[in-house]
Design a protein around this ligand. Sequence first.
Ligand code: DC
Length: 231
Amino acid sequence: MQKPNMTASVKPEIIVIAIDGPAGAGKSTVAKILARRLSISYLDTGAMYRALTFKALREKINLEDGSQLAELAKTTKIQLKASQFGLRIFLDGDDVSEEIRSVEVTNNTFYIARAPEVRAIMVGLQRQLGEQQSVVAEGRDIGTVVFPKATKKFYLDADFKERAQRRIKELQAKGKTVNEQQLQDELNDRDQKDFTRKVGPLKKADDAIVIDSTGLTAEETAEKILQYFNK
Ligand code: DC
């Protein structure tokens, strides 16, 4: 009888870094830097909610109808794939990485994010991804719901004005004209919806380390997180 190959079955330790925080706190840029520095995958959970929102808008589904949204989530394939151009988001096989960043998608994602059955499906997918490989996962409920046993948890925050300014610069860099007051109102509205949602609200996990990125570049913020991570 052949001896079992013990080394082949030993899985290297899986690391999960959870980053939660409000929109504009710098989570995605910082998570990408961390993933690169640690040579692990980047898991953008917001992109998954965005992709489903994009499909619901395209198919003119009633966003107020939780059961229709649940059906949509059950019959939709969302994939995150690493590429030379960074993480790409696929919806039923099509690359929708650009489309899901539109203002329309941004302002309607809360319908998808507040539907309990949709969240259960998304959380299941996210856990599957985190079980297969080491990840830096960012979102709103990562440390509290998706990966309560994450290796390290961070809650990334920044002053409201600075978060709004970052979003304005991001849109301007894409050549968009921005109404600053409207953008601040929309950001405030998204914050309220994120904090008060009944399922998976944005909340700092009890064991998360708070990082304030106000006045810091993304590189500096990532560096700060790495210092805690290496402790
Ligand atoms: O991080 P983002 O802006 O791409 O997220 C898009 C939306 O998805 C945001 O309105 C909140 C929601 N979201 C969520 O409810 N839970 C997550 N884990 C990630 C994002």
